[in-house]
Design a protein around this ligand. Structure first.
Ligand code: ATP
Ligand code: MG
Length: 184
């Protein structure tokens, strides 16, 4: 079969592993976004898109996806508490974010396990150090000054695999699989 046909059979998807807020937390995050971004020009992340990336896989074909899913099945990580109590601004991408001031050990291990899994499946990941954060706003014109929102507590008991698709009106995320933490 010519290569082009094989590629047609299993088109690559853009995938990433993430922590996915439930509706209640999503609403709190949206409020936090609006508080921090009040009176500032920029592109708020739509409420339904708010998430915390664990590992960005990028273009992934069907074989690589099956491989990372099998590796994710084998990860043992306990549920953990995540306290989002720090906001910040990265000037180069002009991104406003919130993050944990302290990384729970379980979150670090989970992110490392997923990065290792992806690399083991032949995916090339970003070499920059992993920094857990939730992007609230992009292309912010001016950095926030003194605004803050109350700490948000997130009892994390699962992680997900997300497909990201770009449309003229913006990016769309679709959760394609979910893994519950701990259990056994
Ligand atoms: P768009 O790229 O259309 O502006 P987006 O950045 O939200 O939208 P993706 O590029 O699919 O969508 O990224 C999905 C998630 O993975 C986002 O949280 C993004 O910050 C993160 N991400 C993207 N590229 C990388 C990368 N090279 N390394 C680490 N995380 C990344
Ligand atoms: Mg992007």
């Amino acid at each position: 079969m010519p290569t082009s046909e094989r590629e047609h059979d299993s088109p690559a998807e853009r995938l990433f592993f993430a922590l996915w807020p439930d509706d209640a937390l999503r609403q709190q995050l949206t409020q936090c976004r609006d508080t921090l971004a009040a009176h500032r020009d920029g592109r708020p992340v739509p409420a339904e898109n708010l998430h915390l990336t664990l590992a960005f896989l990028g273009r992934t074909d069907a074989r690589q996806r099956a491989c990372v899913e099998a590796m994710a099945d084998a990860i043992h990580c306990p549920p953990f508490e995540l306290r989002l109590n720090r906001s910040g601004y990265w000037p180069r991408p002009r991104v406003l974010w919130i993050a944990p001031a302290e990384m729970p050990e379980a979150l670090t291990s989970l992110a490392i396990a997923l990065h290792t899994a992806a690399e083991g499946c032949g995916l090339k990941l970003d070499a920059r150090p992993y920094r857990a954060h939730i992007t609230l706003m992009r292309k912010l014109v001016r950095p926030p000054q003194d605004a803050d929102c109350p700490p948000l507590d997130w009892p994390v008991d699962r992680f997900v695999l997300v497909r990201s698709s770009t449309f003229p009106q913006g990016v769309k995320y679709e959760v394609v699989r979910e893994w519950v933490l701990g259990g056994v």
